[in-house]
Design a protein. Structure first.
Length: 425
């Protein structure tokens, strides 16, 4: 009996020790608010393994946006191509000093287009009519990326082999463009580089009737993910009828969660794991009802776990350890920045040091587990995992904006991912 009691007590002690270790192992994050260019709103969109944070910083009044680089918390505006707005709008992931994004030019679009979906990522609203081009930035110099003969181009990501992906307009007046939108010209996914004059067009999924494509991410193996669909409104919706992966220029259907629209890969790591957001059934009119997904060659597309009461979610970034970040919406509460890891979902706001701001969006994560995104009040943030309770709220205040109050800028920037701007993201 004594032996049995000892074994039972030992088992309880081991279980308690394991339970305690699991609790301790849950991450806690110290949050630093990043400065804007004078406005209230900013967005941390991408972080590489060197700790470079890039995204968008608004000017005073929140009427104009500029592509931004934060090094050690200090803001460096990246400039523009002659127009009033620029942005880094998707996770870039390059570790060699290359940053890519979009910028308005000085020219007005001759067809009255709104920058081939650029306008939804800028603060200026309504759109100002400027043409938009993708850019490559390195060592303080911004250079435009060419189109396929049309007016606009758009750069989303770059790998460490010098390849840049995005999309560009050709000269075809696409009949599938919605008469209710400003989009006129057909656009196709492209790879620029690695040679300066090299440009490869990526075709639509065959046998589907798709006419347009757009690339959203590329890994160091040269695998590209993006969307294939019809022109539609030029931003998401039925332009994203199919989530695709191009390998050696050949598209492969990644499947769906049952919906017909908004099937959008947002990121791919070097293991070939893809994350993003995709509609579930009930979106026949194009109304968004997307959920975060993960895709692997072994499992196909699967939904990621949800928070209790969640009505919508999206995954935006993934690192090479398989950690995934994004957002979850639960009605009657602010959007929640979330982390998916090992098949579980973590509401980041429940794992911050005391005094931290509310985090609405987690947009990217590097291989050290550092997360960037957007706070509830608007500014960009960096969230660093800490192993003890030594971090304090004073860390969050060192840039002086953690308690900034939201303002009515007249334009939400939450549509930056091509998600419908009226969905309350």
């Amino acid at each position: 009996m004594t032996s049995k009691l000892f074994r039972y007590a030992l088992a309880i002690a081991i279980f308690t020790m394991l339970e305690t270790s699991l609790t301790i192992a849950q991450p806690t994050y110290s949050v630093t608010t990043l400065p804007t260019a004078g406005g209230v709103q900013g967005q941390g969109i991408s972080i590489n393994d060197r700790g470079w944070v890039v995204g968008i910083a608004n000017f005073t009044g929140d009427n104009f946006s500029e592509a931004a680089l934060w090094l050690n918390g200090n803001l460096t505006p990246l400039g523009d191509l002659g127009g009033p707005n620029s942005a880094v709008a998707w996770p870039v992931k390059n570790n060699n000093g290359v940053i890519v994004g979009i910028s308005e030019t000085a020219d007005i679009d001759p067809l009255g287009e709104s920058g081939s979906s650029c306008h939804v990522f800028f603060a200026t609203f309504p759109p100002d009519g400027h043409a938009c081009q993708g850019f490559r930035w390195q060592n303080g110099h911004m250079t435009p990326l060419p189109t396929l003969g049309g007016t606009n181009s758009y750069a989303t990501a770059a790998n460490n082999r010098g390849q840049i992906v995005g999309w560009a307009e050709n000269t075809v007046h696409d009949p599938t463009c919605s008469p209710l939108s400003t989009q006129v010209l057909q656009f196709r996914a492209v790879i620029w580089g690695p040679d300066p004059d090299q440009m490869q067009e990526l075709p639509p999924l065959p046998g589907t009737g798709d006419t347009v494509t757009a690339a959203t991410a590329i890994n160091d193996r040269g695998q590209v993910v993006g969307i294939s669909g019809i022109c539609d409104q030029g931003v998401g919706r039925f332009s994203a009828r199919h989530a695709v992966l191009w390998e050696n220029g050949v598209p492969m259907d990644l499947g769906s969660l049952g919906g017909k629209a908004w099937n959008t890969p947002a990121a791919i790591n070097n293991q070939g794991t893809v994350v993003g957001f995709a509609d579930v059934p009930g979106d026949d009119t194009g109304t968004a009802n997307y959920q975060a997904f993960i895709w692997t060659p072994a499992t196909g597309m699967q939904p990621l776990p949800a928070l209790p009461g969640e009505t919508r979610s999206a995954a935006f970034g993934i690192n090479n350890q398989g950690q995934i970040v994004g957002f979850s919406r639960v009605p009657h509460t602010p959007n929640h920045a979330v982390l998916w890891e090992n098949g579980t979902i973590l509401n980041l706001n429940q794992h911050l040091v005391e005094g931290s701001p509310t985090l609405n969006f987690a947009n990217d994560i590097n291989d050290s587990g550092t997360i960037v995104g957007e706070e509830d009040a608007g500014p960009a943030y960096v969230a660093v995992p800490v192993t003890s309770g030594s971090a304090s709220a004073s860390d969050n205040q060192k840039h002086g904006q953690a308690n900034a109050a939201p303002v009515n800028s007249g334009r939400s920037l939450h549509a930056r991912w091509g998600i419908d701007p009226d969905d309350g993201r």
